[in-house]
Design a protein around this ligand. Sequence first.
Ligand SMILES: Nc1ncnc2c1ncn2[C@@H]1O[C@H](COP(=O)(O)OP(=O)(O)OP(=O)(O)O)[C@@H](O)[C@H]1O
Ligand SMILES: [Mg+2]
Length: 651
Amino acid sequence: MRLPEGGALLSSKRSVKQSGGADKHSFAQRGLLLVLAAGALATSAAGSGAGHAGKVAAVCWLGSVVYIWLWIGKDRRERFFKKCEAVATIMKNYLDGCQVSQLPANKIDSRGPLKEGLPPLSILPDPPAWVRKAAEERTGTGYALRVNRAFRRCGLLKDEGERIEVISVQSGPAAARVTVSLPDGLRLTRLQHMTSDLASAFGVESLQVTPGMHAGSASLIIAYKNRLPVVLRTILESEEFEEFLGRSELPMVVGVNDIGEPIMIDLVSVRHLLVAGTTGSGKSWFINEVLVTLLLSRGPDVLSLVLIDPKRVELSQYRGFPHTITVATETAQAVAALESLVKEMERRYTIFEQAGVKNIQQYWQRTGDRSIGYIVGVIDELADLMSTARKEVEVLIQRLTQLARAAGIHMIVATQRPSVDVITGVIKSNLPSRVVFQLISGPDYRTVLNVDQDLKLRGKGDGVALLEGHAGLVRFQSPGIGANDNDADLAVSKIKDFWVNSGHKTNPVHIAEAAVEGREQHNTAGETGENSKLRAAPGPDMVRLPDFPEVSGELPGGESIEYGNPPEAESEEIRKFKIIMAQAWQDAVEAEMDQITAPSIRSLRERMNIKQERVMELIDLLIREGWIQAPPVPKKPYLIVAGENTLKNYL
Ligand SMILES: Nc1ncnc2c1ncn2[C@@H]1O[C@H](COP(=O)(O)OP(=O)(O)OP(=O)(O)O)[C@@H](O)[C@H]1O
Ligand SMILES: [Mg+2]
């Protein structure tokens, strides 16, 4: 079957979005109106030839069309146009001669809420027209022609009638993956030796050839010179996100990779997140899209926010959300907010102890009590805080990042300066998951990511991520909520209106008075009495909130619940790997070596009796856990940096 080239998430979405509801005079709309007009003319013509009864039928027909048209509403009309447009694209590609193996995996459009009771996605802005246009140009038509022309120019097609079939095209902000099926006798290795010729024949800067997913196929990865921005709505409307929402607790969109595949994580499974990047690199935009994603996915009964914004302007728009406990802007408030989080964590641990459970998920499962929800704490600019209250802040962040996860408290900490005076060893080792935007120099990347290269990120949301539970670095483009700050602010205020009017119950969270600055009186219509708002009673200590239900000694059991992708547990294999590292450390200490280095990859492979890829995965894991560090010079052994006490546990 011949279908559109845009076989992937964003490619097809964009080509559909390109002609979405924003363009009132799109091809589909004009076509449809033409059909309606023709229908009306034909009916009235038939009616005029059929006497009085025919005329009445024609008028009724016209009246019903107009009535249905008005009745279905703007949103449905736009959705209908989009579907028409998708069909038009299919026809266009059919005529272009492009073969695609499968339909786009994602839905054409949802526009409704992600789930019943959540704000509708139509609150978010559509991609701007120029982005839709550029995306369509990249994904739309013409690849079949271009591939065949380039292959012929490179002498890869012998006979006149021989043709290369394009199986699918997947396009993202930085590249397109065009998968083609190779004719008999044309081998992948031959193509791989000819990448420069193919790039020149395509007229692009760089091109890579990789094996395709099907036998006898190859993928051409064509890099674009300019990166395209991505908007959040495109990702949230995808089926991938909808499915992810169902199996994650605190869903977050990191961005899309070069060819447009979404990168999504559950904040619960990565514990906490460190966001680094020079000024203007996209940290605040990232934090904003993360908060908006959370606010579109979780109600205030499940999620509370503690926001620390020393710059005062980045997070103020979240005041007034029923989710928001506080937006602290002064150093004293920020320290008090962090202290409150630590105390809330301790309070929860006491409750868990009484209930005989280890963490929040087990607590919910055993007691059925959901009055303790998740709290996400955000610090947008750690450097500012560290410069004014380093001692207190470091200790508090250390406590939270070490212990708060089990209590359902997760931190997102952003900083411009990844230098060791801001990201101290203590903070770094407790924030193993990192999102990094453009940094000033290679050494900065090393501080945050332990990689020995200048990644040359381009700013404006171009980033790399190192995520707990995921091997290696992944490059991504983070989405903006809209094309500019105004669009984003408007969307945030609409989401706020939605929640304020929703009548959702807010979760009681302890917060110290000192952390509260002009706290909003939340309009939580569903609440009454003591529960009706977050309280800040006078006094330096925690405020007394409603007691938690008493939990009897005998607790109902239950199936274990899967929460996202839990980080790799300490298996026998990991333990053995750590024992080898600890022994290497002990040998080096006894031999009074200057540098304590890990055994070579080869030696690790042989001693563990595993493949090199698995060794590299375990090395990645140990880097994330702060056990080892990448060598300062390439091709040298890794350095063992874990503390003496940790290492001695494995001897
Ligand atoms: N994901 C993105 N897509 C497109 N443009 C972006 C993106 N992220 C940032 N930008 C652009 O870069 C500008 C600066 O971004 P942002 O305010 O997030 O930087 P920052 O890293 O927080 O800087 P600072 O450290 O100075 O606060 C934005 O106003 C926007 O124009
Ligand atoms: Mg910022």
